[in-house]
Design a binder for this molecule. Structure first.
Ligand code: NDP
Length: 330
């Protein structure tokens, strides 16, 4: 059994020497626990925050200890009522091959109903993030023009498609390569998309959304946020989901220079955390599940094989190697 430990806290971009893949005994499940052989392990941008010591909404990873994250796996031993060998569960002990998990912290999932990997992505945490952030925080309504950054990623690709399925007047996405831009328009049905590396975001957004935007779903921060404020229509809403462009900064990034536009537009900027919106989970699965099953909502996955590549997969998310949800398959 192998597991990933954090050895030291990265400053700026994480480096391989901050981490170690450690051999350890397979954990022994106690009373009320199951032993899970992980099959898919999630890597997510928020993990960068947990590698730092700064206090946040989740505790920092402890030095010299195994890291955590979403995972789905198969129960291979059970000392818990209600879970049997052969069941599949979603839990929070990723970055490792085997985990002893309290039954109370394991959610049974059905690999017949949907592929196992989707419980970490399109039907899982990132899917609910898109759904809650767009519909609740940004208060999306039919006819809105929507802009989403990180649009070819797990959350962003779902935001754009949900907006489209719910009657957006225009959906615009930004992403970091021409190939991703092509995917957004040709496969995911975005009305327009642009490569943010190809020119100033504000100019590209004005061209892509000449009548302005009513909703901005922010995954990136920085120049994207400033551009969105610049294109915001009266009564516009900005849901701040993430700011991946600043996660590896060593100094705080300057804020948008055009906040005064919020007065004129009566605009609103609001951050949210998916953890506060699990009351929407049943509604989310009920509405989005059939879209996924029918193909009305498409999803991508970038799957890296092997626990030894877990760190590389995580670094890949920060670099933009992924299209859709980045996962490690064990
Ligand atoms: P993604 O699948 O979107 O992967 C991250 C993507 O970010 C990369 O693929 C890359 O794509 C893009 N990126 C990296 N660096 C930059 C940069 N400097 N500028 C612009 N884009 C960049 O990840 P998720 O869908 O899991 O997460 C998306 C965002 O949502 C993140 O900010 C994350 O922190 C946040 N989040 C927030 C939650 C909440 O509860 N608030 C819950 C889940 C996620 P590209 O090639 O386009 O650059």
């Amino acid at each position: 059994h192998r597991e990933w430990h954090l050895l030291s806290r990265p400053v700026g971009w994480p480096e391989p020497e901050n981490f170690a893949l450690v051999e350890a005994p397979v954990p022994t499940p106690g009373e009320g626990q199951v032993l899970v052989r992980n099959r898919y392990v999630s890597v997510d941008p928020y993990m960068r925050g947990r590698m730092s010591a700064a206090k946040s909404y989740v505790a920092p990873y402890e030095l010299g200890k195994v890291m955590q994250g979403g995972a789905v796996g198969e129960v291979v031993a059970s000392h818990a009522e209600g879970l049997s060998v052969g069941d599949h569960v979603l839990h929070f002990f990723g970055w490792r091959e085997y985990a002893a998990v309290d039954a109370a912290n394991a959610v049974k999932v059905d690999p017949q109903a949907a592929p196992l990997s989707t419980y970490l992505g399109v039907l899982g945490m990132t899917g609910l993030t898109a759904y809650a952030g767009l519909l609740r925080t940004a208060a999306f309504k039919e006819g809105d023009a929507v802009f989403v950054s990180g649009a070819a990623g797990a959350v962003g690709s779902q935001v754009g498609q949900i907006a489209k399925l719910k009657g957006a007047s225009r959906v615009v996405g930004s992403a970091g390569s021409d190939e991703k831009v092509r995917l957004l328009v040709e496969e995911y049905g975005f009305d327009a998309a642009f490569n943010y590396k190809a020119g100033p975001v504000s100019e590209q957004l004005r061209t892509a959304a000449p009548d302005g935007i009513d909703v901005y779903f922010d995954n990136v921060g920085g120049d994207h946020l400033e551009a969105a404020i610049g294109s915001l229509n009266r009564g516009g809403r900005i849901a701040v989901c993430g700011m991946i462009s600043v996660y590896n900064n060593t100094e705080p990034a300057p804020g948008p220079r055009n906040l005064a536009r919020l007065i004129q537009t009566r605009g609103r900027i609001e951050g949210f955390l998916v953890g506060d919106h699990y009351d929407l989970q049943p509604q989310f699965v009920q509405e989005v599940g059939p879209w996924v099953a029918s193909g009305a909502l498409k999803y991508g996955e970038t799957v890296v094989e092997g626990i030894e590549n877990n760190l590389e997969a995580f670094l890949g998310v920060l670099r933009g190697d992924n299209t859709g949800k980045m996962l490690v398959k064990l």
